[in-house]
Write a protein that binds this ligand. Structure first.
Ligand code: NAP
Length: 267
């Protein structure tokens, strides 16, 4: 049997992190070697996710965990504030980052890509690991060629830290690559309440709804004479992201450079 891929998980006690820990423990091709989450330090990682004890204690500090456990891959679902530092720490130890946390600038991604290439290792930053969401983005970009008047509405739980979502920004980027230059709406438009028209991106708008009870949804709405088209994706469960994360952990072992977007490695 080929060697198992050694995986560390940052944000292991988080909502996404726990799903990643379970996914890794359930795949015989993967081995959980470290789990990092300050609030669960000292707890067995298996027990933390309601499974059998696995003999991997959750650590409070990423750098120590990486130095001791020497993983092949770090999966990060932490916070926009910590993820850049975590990614740089992984590269410092030659560990391939698979990043689900949002919050990178294009300059960050370019710099990390250069670093990965210099080190000869792969990495992935994916604002969304779900196949349905990737298809929603692709279809939206395709539609924007023919219906360039577009607005994005994204819906998430009220505890989400960043707005707009990484997925909506990625959608807007893909649309902008193919949509004709166009500043939508009435040029004399004025907001009587600040933010009423949403965030401005390259001629169109992104709206962020934050409500308890909502998980993750996005609608891309196109308008033309006498018609609208809506492309909508709904996520109901965090487990839905795990086939994508699993595929990414295996794929980053096979190339050099930091890829941005799961669609580029999707089979
Ligand atoms: P969450 O439940 O709040 O979990 C975040 C975790 O990060 C917490 O458990 C926290 O640990 C941990 N953390 C904070 N600082 C850390 C550090 N320095 N080192 C290690 N762990 C640290 O959040 P979530 O819902 O899982 O989401 C996490 C991120 O993933 C968000 O940015 C979200 O937008 C993104 N996300 C991405 C996708 C995708 O497909 N790419 C899907 C869903 C969510 P403690 O609890 O121990 O303090």
């Amino acid at each position: 049997m080929p060697q198992k891929i050694k995986v560390a998980v940052a944000g292991a006690r988080g909502r996404m992190g726990q799903e990643v820990v379970k996914m890794v423990l359930q795949d015989p091709e993967l081995e959980l070697v470290a789990a990092v989450s300050p609030s669960a330090a000292g707890v067995d990682a298996g027990r933390m996710v309601g499974m059998e004890s696995v003999g991997v204690q959750v650590e409070s500090e990423l750098e120590t965990a990486l130095r001791i456990s020497k993983p092949d891959v770090l999966v990060d679902f932490t916070t926009p504030q910590t993820v850049l530092h975590n990614t740089e720490t992984a590269l410092k130890y030659g560990v391939r980052p698979v990043i689900g946390t949002t919050g990178f600038t294009p300059e960050d991604i370019e710099r990390l890509d250069k670093q990965c290439k210099e080190l000869g290792i792969g990495g992935l930053i994916a604002p969304n690991f779900s196949i349905g969401a990737i298809l929603m983005m692709k279809f939206a970009a395709e539609a924007s060629k023919y219906m360039p008047h577009v607005e994005i509405i994204e819906y998430h739980g009220d505890q989400k830290l960043d707005a707009p979502s990484g997925t909506s920004i990625k959608t807007a980027e893909l649309i902008s690559e193919v949509r004709q230059e166009l500043r939508q709406g009435n040029p004399k438009e004025e907001e009587t309440i600040d933010g009423a028209r949403g965030g401005y991106y390259n001629g169109f708008r992104i709206h962020s709804v934050r409500l308890p009870g909502v998980f993750a949804q996005q609608e891309v709405i196109f308008g033309a004479f006498g018609q609208t088209l809506k492309i909508r994706h709904d996520s109901y469960d965090r487990a839905g992201y795990m086939p994508g994360v699993n595929q990414a952990v295996k794929k980053v072992m096979t190339y050099a450079g930091m890829i941005y977007g799961f669609e580029h490695i999707m089979d």
